[in-house]
Design a protein around this ligand. Structure first.
Ligand code: PPS
Length: 284
């Protein structure tokens, strides 16, 4: 497939991509001990987690999240704009990354920076990304879910194979500066997950502050917040009406994936994730 920009086996977007930046990030970027990094495979709940972490910092006050675009608050390190913001910022930084393990800044591994890694049922990830990327100029339009399904299982999608990404990052799960979260747990017990994040980040919130974090990071609030709902994205990137906050549910894959596809997916999952305890994956 030649419709991505490939770098070391990973497909990147067709526009706004520079391979030199990916090399620079991995080899020369200096992670600081006080940095916090949100790492995800795309469509796993990245924006939701960023919003929560930003709101924890402001003790639930929505002023920051409602006045500064999400890509400036927690810039994506693998974009030109994001990288510039990050390297020019003083003090502790919030950083977002979809990079697979082997392309991540090497300096992280000798730092005390903290990583929050969120996983989501890859079947829902597949459906969410199919509906999203198809409406952008960032990849070739897959035209049908059937085609996208095949690309996804082969890893011929943005940031590569879900299985490889997850395997790589889960190898870090026992480190004290790594917090593994799941979209499913966040849906089931949002408050409990926010408390877990607070503990990990060493922050203590009063119950009313926690209520505010919950309220201002809800699906509805985020859908209405122009600073995170992608209504600010310019027309050169978006081809049609692009909706980031699409459904915000678990199990939507059942409405789109056929029985035969589901069986093929189960098989691929078992083959690729065999070494991991099943309880790490809290979905049905
Ligand atoms: S991206 O572009 O890869 O960074 O996308 P990402 O933010 O990882 O994932 C987008 C999906 O997350 C859902 N979302 C939420 N779900 C529940 N609650 C809140 N607050 C929330 N915010 C975003 C969003 O709707 C996308 O999932 P789908 O299934 O497409 O609705």
């Amino acid at each position: 497939m030649s419709d991505y920009n490939w770098f070391e086996g990973i497909p990147f977007r067709t526009i706004m991509f520079k391979k030199e930046i990916i090399e620079e990030i991995r080899n020369n970027f200096v992670m600081r001990d006080e940095d916090t990094v949100i790492v995800t495979y795309p469509k796993s709940g990245t924006h939701w987690l960023i919003e929560i972490v930003c709101l924890i910092q402001t003790k639930g006050n929505p002023k920051w999240i409602q006045s500064v675009p999400i890509w400036e608050r927690s810039p994506w390190i693998d974009t030109q704009l994001g990288y510039q913001i990050i390297i020019n910022k003083e003090g502790p930084r919030l950083i977002t990354s979809h990079l697979p393990f082997h392309l991540f800044p090497k300096s992280f591994f000798s730092s005390n920076a903290k990583i929050l890694y969120i996983i989501r049922n890859p079947r829902d990830v597949l459906v969410s990304s199919y509906f999203f990327w198809g409406k952008t100029n960032l990849i070739k339009n897959p035209e049908s879910l059937e085609t996208y399904f095949e690309w996804f299982l082969k890893g011929n999608v943005l940031y590569g194979s879900w299985f490889e990404h997850t395997r790589g990052w889960l190898s870090m799960r026992k480190r004290s500066n790594f917090l593994m979260l799941s979209y499913e747990d966040m849906k089931k017990d949002t408050r409990g997950t926010i408390e877990k994040i607070c503990d990990f980040l060493g922050k203590k919130l009063e119950p009313d502050e926690l209520d505010l974090v919950l309220k201002n990071s809800s699906f509805q609030s985020m859908k209405e917040n122009n600073m995170c709902n992608y209504s600010l994205i310019t027309k050169d990137i978006v081809t049609n009406s692009l909706v980031l906050m699409r459904k915000g549910t678990t199990g939507d894959w059942k409405n789109h994936i056929t029985v035969a596809q589901a069986e093929a997916f189960d098989k691929a999952f078992q083959e690729n994730m065999a070494g991991f305890p099943p309880e790490l994956f809290p979905w049905k």
